[in-house]
Design a protein around this ligand. Structure first.
Ligand code: PEP
Ligand code: MG
Length: 588
């Protein structure tokens, strides 16, 4: 139901690209490929039906290539659309559709629709949020083919000739890539989550975006005035004059502050009592390195390598991995890169069609457990990492370590990989720092044992909170209990840092807890060294570091440890350091 009167309505979604904009809504309507009829194809016409499908795929490819050529350079680098070109030929989609046409003797549209529905339901059972979202890539690609089969008109966002904010159920990367920055001020969608491509593209283009709004398309009409706040994930429909003025003020304030702190972010970061810190960026794709540099990052503190293994029928080759790793290393050099080995679980492996479904994937054959079960897959990655290490300052990080044995096995496999490279006469570097991610309670308890085998710890709070508090990190029903400041979490962090200090190894944090600047004094006070976070968060965290003294932060820890609840800890931080952060971060 559209709003009847023009009353102000506020919607809450997920802010995926920061910033504020106010403007008129432009609804992207993607109807036309929804209603598909089924009809039978006579045996003698099957060949030409397959041919019709193949030529629709060819046309879809040509369209994508044209979009790639006309999109801004930063997006071309992101290669998201290249992945879509590859997906068009994916066995899962292309091969199965042809098979369905031939076996079931149905029209190409129906065959494609059936195949996509099957893929969708297989993906829906997955619990991994990133993978779940990747189904949208398949849907976008198949929509493109479907439009070509049906001869339906594509919506050309490049043709929009006024300043608008895009409102869509979902936007494909191909659509988002056509965004003309002079026209499109912001983007909001009903679907999508934290890791959706809309977010990655919007961040690259630096326009505000909010996704996962669920009801925006039903509540907003073309030309409605809306405000998008990508920092807080808020969308306001029919804002009153007072609200418009208020948000204009916030926008000016946000932009000024961003400009200043981003400029400062390139300077060396020291606390007021002279202690230097490095603040690094987390990346998923090689092209995000540029953002880390732009925001003043001192290196890549977490390179999540699993995304290169997804949406494809076979695992990547050693050379392919090497190429991505060296891309990252060379762009960020001489700064360090922490490459994390494959954090894949049962669900993620399912993308290759080789894994049975697990009842509890978060407790299952995930990350290092999977790699040790599949030494062939792991060896390829270890070889690629050791080879890449010859080109820069590479550190290797092992995810989800839960036993001492795992880390010993990794080191043995690293020796094997190095031996193999030596025999093959390929350049490599064996002597690289090896770290363990501390994200499982058992790893905290035996941190002293693990420390004997590694050069550094990196605390992954996203999982640590999940496993310590028994809260599924993707479950909205228990999201209110997912509290980084819970005393149980803080004590786990404290023990890890204390052990690292005793054993003389380094301790970093790369979980999202590190990106909240209000928590920075707590983390420094506990004794953490490098922090790594999403690139956009780097300037604010650096600014906080420059504004506080380490000795004060250390003194605060006694009071923090006396807090009995997350709320009390939050209030303590807010009362002590709240004046140094943006107001919206002070909302509980
Ligand atoms: C973490 O668990 O905190 C982490 C950084 O890893 P991921 O979010 O990739 O699981
Ligand atoms: Mg993790």
């Amino acid at each position: 139901m559209k709003q009847l009167a023009n009353a102000e309505v506020t919607l809450k979604g997920i802010g995926v690209s920061p910033g504020i904009c106010t403007g008129k809504a432009y609804l992207v309507d993607r109807e036309g490929v929804e209603v598909i009829n089924k009809y039978c194809i006579l045996e003698k016409h099957l060949k030409s039906e397959v041919k019709r499908f193949k030529s629709a795929v060819q046309n879809a490819k040509a369209e994508l290539r044209a979009v790639i050529e006309n999109s801004p350079e930063a997006l071309q680098k992101a290669q998201i659309l290249e992945t879509h070109v590859l997906l068009l030929n994916d066995k899962l989609l292309y091969g199965r559709t042809i098979e369905t046409i031939e076996k079931e003797r149905v029209n190409a549209e129906w065959a494609l629709k059936t195949v996509v529905t099957r893929i969708k339901s297989a993906f829906e059972e997955m619990t991994d949020a990133y993978l779940k979202e990747r189904v949208s890539d398949i849907v976008h690609v198949s929509d493109l083919v479907m439009r070509n089969l049906l001869g339906a008109e594509a919506k050309d966002l490049g043709q929009i000739d006024k300043r608008v904010i895009l409102v869509a159920r979902d936007l494909s990367p191909a659509e988002t890539s056509q965004i003309n920055l002079e026209r499109i001020q912001g983007v909001i969608t009903d679907l999508g989550g934290k890791t959706s491509h809309t977010g990655i593209i919007a961040r690259t283009l630096e326009i505000p975006a909010v996704v996962g709004l669920e009801v925006a398309i039903r509540q907003i009409a073309n030309d409605d005035l809306i405000i998008v706040d990508g920092t807080t994930g808020t969308v306001i429909i029919h804002p009153s004059e007072k609200t418009v003025v208020e948000y204009e003020g916030r926008k000016v304030h946000y932009e000024r502050r961003q400009a200043v702190i981003t400029r400062e972010s390139h300077l060396e970061t020291k606390t007021t009592d002279g202690h230097p810190y490095r603040v690094m960026g987390n990346i998923e794709l090689p092209e995000e390195v540029v953002a880390v540099i732009n925001y003043g990052g001192d290196g890549i503190g977490l390179y999540r390598t699993e995304f290169q293994y997804m949406n494809r029928p076979a695992f990547p080759s050693e050379n392919e991995l090497l190429e991505s790793y060296t891309d990252v290393i060379e762009v960020i050099a001489p700064r360090p890169v922490v490459i994390r080995t494959l954090d894949i679980n049962g669900d993620k492996a399912l993308a290759t069609g080789s894994m049975p479904t697990e009842a509890n994937p978060a407790l299952g054959l995930r990350a290092i457990r999977y790699c040790l079960k599949r030494p062939d897959v792991f060896r390829t990655q270890l070889r690629a990492i050791l080879r890449a290490a010859a080109y820069g300052d590479v550190h290797l990080l092992i995810p989800m370590v839960s036993t001492y044995f795992e880390i010993c096995e990794v080191k043995r496999l690293l020796d094997d990989a190095a031996e193999g490279l030596e025999k093959d006469g390929l350049p490599y570097k064996r002597d690289i720092p090896v770290g363990a991610m501390i994200e499982v309670p058992s790893a905290v308890i035996i941190a002293d044992l693990i420390a004997e085998q590694v050069d550094f710890f990196s605390i992954g709070t996203n999982d640590l909170i999940q496993y310590v508090l028994a809260i599924d990190r993707g479950n909205r029903l228990v999201a209110h209990l997912y509290q980084p400041l819970d005393p149980a979490v803080i004590r786990m962090i404290k023990r890890t840092v204390d052990v690292a200090r005793d054993k003389g190894i380094k301790v970093h944090m790369c979980g999202e807890m590190a990106h909240t600047s209000l928590y920075t004094p707590l983390l420094l006070g506990l004794g953490l060294e490098d922090l790594s976070m999403n690139p956009q968060a780097i300037p604010a965290v650096k600014r906080m570091m420059r504004s506080i003294s380490l000795s004060d932060a250390r003194m605060l820890i006694q009071d923090v440890l006396a807090c009995k609840t997350a709320k009390q800890t939050f209030e303590l931080l807010r009362d002590t350091y709240g004046g140094l952060v943006e107001n919206h971060l002070l909302e509980e």
